[in-house]
Design a protein around this ligand. Structure first.
Ligand SMILES: *Cc1c(COP(=O)(O)O)cnc(C)c1O
Length: 307
């Protein structure tokens, strides 16, 4: 078991910001960088650590309960952190994997997570007041964390990520599923844009890449995390790159990831980062960025989910 300080020394923070020079059409007209949150930890997904970092602060919770699917990067990150920190953790998992545990579930079992499999109908109630009240009775000591770690507190962890960026930039690009990551970025950029000497700094804009079919739905998810003043600021979501839906990965996307991992010096996967990098490649080819733009791609991690 580790203390919180010991645990944190095992994390690579700030995460590296690296220049990225693919030989893609249009790439030489802009400056590309990758914010390597995938490099924060070899086991834990970076974006999920960011979202949990303010929930796992001193004083640490006595116990934790949370939710996710059988391949959830969130349950994986949280299960690992709770194991290392000696926090009893209960994972409520959608679907019954007891006969055929996924690699993620097998990790959780190794990390002494208590796993409760529930059917889809029960899982749907995960945010309902009555369901949560019942959970509180069953786990009176526990902190209950929503699916994906996506709660108001999570945005602060994402803001920490933006604060690590010491270069000036025009765009930051991130995959979007629950919207908390993009919302944290938007809040941080609005602070940055209003507090720095804006006469020589460019306006920072955020582009989300929807990884599931969610036109207007994803925008609403993001807005629910934002103060109204940031609802229509310098961000938007591009819905052209979901490839048919969440975790849908047609051959061309899989080949793209495969070739990428063969040649670029770090890895991506088809559920989140693969769609974001593909989107950037396509937007460059279509001339969607002004010449000279400085573009940061946030690598949110997630490689465990691709196993
Ligand atoms: C969960 C996840 C995302 C999506 O983040 P949201 O805050 O839910 O929008 C992106 N990338 C990876 C690797 C993830 O695990």
């Amino acid at each position: 078991m580790l203390s919180l300080d010991e645990f944190k020394t095992s994390l690579t923070l700030p995460s590296p910001l690296i220049p990225f020079k693919p030989n893609w059409e249009g790439a030489s007209k802009v400056s590309l960088y990758v914010k390597r949150d995938d490099a924060i930890h070899p086991v834990m997904s970076g974006n999920k650590w960011r979202k949990l970092s303010h929930a796992l602060k001193s004083p640490l919770p006595n116990a934790v309960v949370s939710f996710g699917g059988g391949f959830s990067n969130h349950l994986h990150a949280l299960g690992f952190a709770c194991y290392k920190l000696g926090i009893p953790f209960t994972a409520i998992v959608r679907g019954d994997y007891s006969a055929k545990p996924s690699p993620m579930i097998r990790d959780l079992m190794q990390w002494k997570t208590r796993i409760e499999y529930v059917d889809r109908i029960t899982y749907k109630k995960r945010n309902d007041r009555a369901f949560l009240d019942e959970l509180k009775l069953r786990f009176p000591d526990a902190t209950i964390i929503p699916e994906g770690g996506s709660q108001a507190q999570a945005l602060q962890g994402i803001e920490d990520m933006i604060e690590e960026i010491e270069i000036d930039f025009d765009y930051i690009i991130t995959p979007v599923a629950s919207g908390a990551t993009l919302a944290g970025i938007v809040n941080a950029l609005n602070k940055r844009n209003s507090t720095t000497a804006t006469d020589f700094r460019s306006l920072n804009r955020a582009i989300g890449i929807g990884v599931l079919k969610g036109e207007s739905y994803l925008e609403e998810l993001v807005k629910q995390f934002l103060p109204i003043s940031n609802h229509q600021t310098n961000w938007h979501i591009d819905h052209n790159y979901h490839f048919g839906g969440y975790a849908k990965a047609p051959n061309e996307l899989q080949m793209f990831c495969y070739d990428f991992n063969d040649s670029m010096g770090f890895d991506i996967e088809p559920v989140y980062s693969g769609k974001a990098f593909w989107a950037v490649k396509d937007m460059l080819a279509k001339g969607k960025f002004e010449d000279g733009s400085r573009i940061i791609i946030l690598h949110t991690g997630g490689l465990q989910g691709a196993r």
